[in-house]
Design a protein around this ligand. Structure first.
Ligand SMILES: [Zn+2]
Length: 214
């Protein structure tokens, strides 16, 4: 059973925690209540109670749906919607979009001829400065000044070409190199730290998709 997409585009458990329903089975009435919900291996599991006593095993969302459809009579408490934890596919979407954006900026930079020319000058100057310093030749300060000026103008060339230069100074996560998963394939700590941003990113995509579906 796929998770429920809320009006805000985020993912929720299909059933609310605190849901209470009057049930009827073989002419016998009883109370069903959802006490807690967890998400494991892409499946929703519910800790439930029957007449106030915890049921021995957790129920999957499919099982809850089945029970409610067969025995449910009347909802006496709606309970509260609970959000799903951050999902691997959400992390994947977020970081692959980031990488795509980075690659796009990089391609723009590589294809900018004026920038390439400035870079060639910069590299040549760097070599020259190195030689001057090694030989203790006079005039190093002027060369360094020139270097800084070309460096600045190179940056301006990029900005004018519409390149988002801020991303090239971005600190990359040492554990996942901005891919969102650590070497064991688990969601990286940097992604958990950005969980809200990642969920919002995915929610926007879902809402957009919904807009075009309707
Ligand atoms: Zn990371």
């Amino acid at each position: 059973m796929p998770p429920k997409v809320g009006n805000d585009g985020r993912l929720y458990y299909n059933y609310n925690v605190g849901l209470r329903v009057v049930m009827k089975e073989n002419n016998e009435g009883w109370h069903f209540e959802i006490k807690n919900a967890t998400y494991l291996s892409c499946t929703e599991y519910y800790t439930c109670a029957r007449n106030g006593e915890l049921m021995p095993a957790q129920l999957s969302a499919n099982r809850v749906r089945f029970l409610l459809s067969v025995c449910g009579q009347e909802v006496i408490a709606a309970g509260e919607a609970r959000e799903l934890p951050l999902l691997p596919e959400e992390v994947e979407n977020f970081y692959s979009d980031k990488i795509e954006y980075y690659d796009k900026q990089l391609a723009k930079m590589v294809n900018c001829k004026a920038y390439g020319e400035a870079r060639t000058k910069i590299n040549a100057l760097a070599c020259k400065i190195g030689t001057y310093e090694a030989l203790e030749k006079p005039g190093v300060e002027e060369l360094k000044k020139e270097y800084a000026e070309i460096e600045n103008s190179a940056n301006e060339i990029l900005i004018k070409a519409g390149v988002d230069v801020s991303i090239f100074n971005m600190q990359r996560c040492p554990d996942c190199n901005e891919h969102g998963f650590d070497k064991y394939g688990s969601i990286c700590a940097c992604a958990y730290a950005k969980a809200e941003e990642i969920k919002d990113f995915n929610a926007k995509i879902r809402l957009k998709a919904r807009k075009y579906q309707n």
